[in-house]
Each structure stands twice: as C-alpha cells, then as structure tokens.
Design a protein around this ligand. Structure first.
Ligand SMILES: [Fe+2]
Ligand SMILES: [Fe+2]
Length: 315
C-alpha cells in the first residue's frame, strides 16, 4: 500500500497528476490530494479508504484533486473494476448517454497508463455492453453517433467499438464473437498512444516523416498487445485495419486481410469520416458518409458484401 504524506509542497507539482471526477471516487489504495490556492497539495484521502468515506456523499467535491503520477498505474485496475461495476448497474436503465460517458471514462483511464495487461479488463467492459444491449443494434448506433465536444483517440475507439457491435447485432453473431470483435474495435488504434500526440493533433498537412510515424501505429499497437493474452481477432484488427483488399493498404499491403481486419477497417473509415467537424453535432445522417465509402468500395478497397452488411447495420 502506498505511504501518504500529509502535505506535498508546490515545488513537486510535476510529480502530480490531476484526476477526473468519476475516477476519483474509485481510488482506494492510493492517496488523493487537494491542490490548494497556495499551490500546495493537502491530503484528502489516505491509502486504504475511499474518498466517499472521508467526505460523505453530500459535500461538494473540491475541483482540483490530484494523485502522485507514480501511484496512478497501480490504481488503474481498481478504477476499472469500480467503473465496470457501475457500468453493469446503469446498463439496466435507459440512460444511453450515461453509458457512453462511462465507457469513455473506462477507456480513458485504461489508455492513460498503457500497459498490455491493463488493457485486458476492457474485455469485461465490452462483455457488459454486449450482454446489456443484446441484439439491440440501435442502442450501439446511438452510442457511436452521439455528438461530443472533445474528439480524441479515446472517443474514436469507443465509437468504432460501438459500430462494430451494431454490425454484430445486425448479423446476429454469437456473444463471444461479438465481444472479441467489439474489443478489437476498441483497441485497434492503441498503437497511436505511442505516436507523438503533437503529430496526431496537428491541424496541418503532415510532413512525409510525420506521416510515416503515424503509419507505424498498427505495428506499434500489435507489438504492444502481444504482451498479454488477447483474442486473435483483436490482434488481427490491430495490425490489419489499414490493409485494403486492393493491396494498397499498410503496413504489409495484404490483399487478403483477415475478417476482423476488414471489418474494423471499414468501420474505422466510416467513423473517421463522420467525425469531421463533429463538434457539438447530434447524430449525423449516415447516408452521405456511406455514399463516400461506397466510392472506396467500388474502387476496390473494401469487400462488397461486407460493405453492404455494414451499411444495413446502420439503417
Ligand atoms: Fe488506425
Ligand atoms: Fe482508427
């Protein structure tokens, strides 16, 4: 269990990481600090207790709560477990927006400390969603198409996963397979966590060197996930989602990518197209985007029957 200090001076600011609200209630084994106006950090919760035990649930939560960066990785599993349990609870209700927010929180927490082993509990997240919305493709679609203010790799991953699950529900695929494919959607871009964020966020044309860096993400992600025991379709999707059946994709130029690689590839393209200027938007009509994708399909990039089934899963 981590040892706690009562006051951490302002000079040690760079050792601290700010925590988000839903996550902070889940910390048990590590200390949590309040960042005071004077700059110091004051202990609000010691290891071995929850914040709720200290503050009660009625008191307002201080805005600026921090943990030591070095403690954060150790606490990821307890945060995932608590958020996964909360997800299971709210899946029973009608609050699809709340469900999406919670999935996003879980993925964000997991991606914030990228280690292959810490990615595994995402399987429980996808399992809960598949069980909760069994066969309801419209629920998955709503999750994916819900507008959001800050688009990121995290949100893209959640959206791709939800669209893959809408496809699985549409096809009536067995639950286990749906979970594997949904997880594949969630983790397909995990390699981007190892690409310089400044390149990913650049609002300009990338240099050839930068572009080459971005194109490394399938290999980086695949290499990273090999450190844990993931289903083969997760590994295939991660490595092959930018392959195209005309052989013009990357990293290998395969003309026969796996099913998971092709499915996640097509969903990924669709999601990226609908995400342009998605800020503040409500669900975008899928038809114009499908028309664009259809062009790609006709030019030989995507399998025709897969494209059709995916399109039917959206309408
Ligand atoms: Fe990608
Ligand atoms: Fe992607």
């Amino acid at each position: 269990m981590a040892k706690s200090e009562h006051i951490v001076s302002a000079e040690r600011r760079r050792e601290m990481a700010r925590v988000r609200k839903p996550q902070v209630w889940c910390y048990f084994s590590i200390p949590v600090y309040w960042h005071t106006a004077g700059g110091d950090f004051v202990l609000v919760k010691a290891p071995g207790q929850y914040l709720r035990d200290r503050l009660g649930s009625d008191l307002p939560l201080p805005e600026e709560l921090y943990v030591f960066k070095k403690d954060k990785a150790a606490a990821v599993p307890e945060v995932q477990a608590a958020l996964n349990a909360e997800l299971e609870r709210i899946m029973a209700g009608q609050d699809v927006e709340g469900v999406k927010q919670l999935i996003t929180d879980i993925v964000e927490e997991t991606f914030s400390e990228p280690r292959a082993g810490t990615m595994l509990p995402l399987k429980d997240t996808v399992k809960t969603v598949v069980a909760g919305y069994a066969g309801r493709k419209e629920a998955f679609r709503r999750i994916a198409l819900m507008g959001s203010k800050d688009y990121s790799t995290v949100l893209h991953s959640v959206n791709v996963s939800a669209l893959v699950l809408a496809y699985c529900a549409h096809r009536g695929l067995p639950k286990d397979r749906s979970v594997d494919l949904g997880l594949a959607g969630m983790l397909h871009d995990v390699g981007k966590l190892f690409v310089d964020q400044a390149i990913l966020a650049a609002q300009r044309k990338l240099t050839p060197e930068e572009f080459a860096k971005v194109r490394e993400h399938p290999l980086l992600g695949h290499h990273f996930l090999r450190g844990a025991d993931f289903p083969s379709e997760v590994m295939e999707a991660c490595l092959q989602h930018h392959e195209r059946i005309d052989g013009q994709g990357y990293p290998k130029g395969l003309s026969k990518p796996s099913f998971a690689g092709q499915l996640v590839g097509i969903v990924d393209c669709y999601e990226a197209l609908t995400s342009d200027e998605r800020h503040y938007r409500e669900a975008l009509d899928p038809l114009p985007t499908l028309a664009l994708l259809k062009q790609e399909m006709l030019s030989g990039k995507f399998d025709q029957s897969l494209f059709k089934e995916f399109a039917y899963s959206l309408v």
